[in-house]
Design a protein around this ligand. Structure first.
Ligand SMILES: NC(=O)c1ccc[n+]([C@@H]2O[C@H](COP(=O)([O-])OP(=O)(O)OC[C@H]3O[C@@H](n4cnc5c(N)ncnc54)[C@H](OP(=O)(O)O)[C@@H]3O)[C@@H](O)[C@H]2O)c1
Length: 245
């Protein structure tokens, strides 16, 4: 038996339209799963020119997760769900996260939506004895001076992950998380697209390179698989050693 064969399984990746979530979605698809993704744009055509999006073979639904009512109302085009990956995330620059409106928006997208989506799919995950994986951040483990909301939301995601893991283990749902280091996506291009900032960032990563969506997908695959059957409530730091340095 191949523990990484997801044939016959259904996976939903919230935030699977771009970047890390998209890499995770395509990885599960390559391993046999039927994969659904949520994103913000109207339809798949709207992602055609995006370098961070490959929606080939994925089933797409538009849901703005900042709005809990939209999550609750979102159509679920599958009867069974085995793996829920929550990779949605946003960040605001230019001190917008120091304003109440900006702070609240980032918390809504990065933290509150994790709980609303988890609740929505709890019954299906319990029926399938499935698993949920949250995508937090290395930012959960150090301060990020310009982004108080991002930091609070990712630290919150870390706490929510271990708490839902304990609360839902007896329902047959294994909850774990991933805390990525620095991965080039549209969220981080403000750093990775600036040669000086990029060089500074790379100096702080012992493995000497940025992470890739595939690096994150490998860990998601492991966490959702029977290889991780006794791993519960853990948020795995996947940062090339960034926080060691
Ligand atoms: N890149 C990094 O270095 C890094 C490091 C640590 C943690 N992370 C975390 O990894 C996750 C993925 O981020 P990424 O770097 O891959 O960035 P990304 O490419 O911008 O992906 C973010 C995803 O979240 C979706 N999203 C954002 N706001 C949403 C909303 N209101 N409603 C529904 N979906 C929404 C985006 O949809 P659209 O495609 O429609 O925009 C996209 O699918 C995030 O949680 C992020 O915080 C990233």
């Amino acid at each position: 038996m191949n523990a990484l064969d997801f044939s016959g399984k259904t996976v939903l990746v919230i935030g699977g339209s771009s970047g890390i979530g998209n890499g995770i979605a395509q990885c599960f698809r390559r391993h046999g799963a039927e994969v659904h993704v949520w994103g913000t744009r109207t339809d798949t055509a709207a992602y055609r020119d995006s370098p961070d999006s490959d929606l080939e073979g994925l089933q797409y639904t538009q849901v703005d997760v900042a709005d809990a009512a939209q999550i609750d109302a979102a159509k679920v085009p599958f009867a069974r769900l085995d793996v829920l990956v929550q990779a949605q995330g946003t960040v605001l620059y230019a001190r917008q996260e120091f304003e109440t409106e900006g702070f609240r928006h980032v918390l809504d997208v990065n933290l509150t939506s994790l709980m609303v989506c988890a609740r929505k799919f709890h019954t299906q995950l319990s029926q399938s004895q499935g698993s949920m994986i949250t995508v937090s951040s290395a930012a959960a483990f150090h301060s990020t001076r310009g982004n108080p909301a991002y930091n609070a939301s990712k630290t919150g995601a870390f706490g929510l992950t271990r708490t839902l893991a304990e609360a839902w283990a007896r329902d047959g749902i294994r909850v774990n998380g991933i805390a990525p280091g620095l991965v080039e996506t549209k969220l981080t291009r403000v750093t990775t697209g600036n040669p000086e900032r990029l060089e500074g960032a790379l100096r702080g990563i012992p493995l000497g390179r940025l992470g890739t969506p595939q690096d994150m997908a490998n860990v998601a695959l492991f966490l959702a698989s029977p290889l991780a059957s006794y791993v519960l409530g853990q948020t795995l730091l996947v940062d090339g050693g960034m926080l060691l340095a």
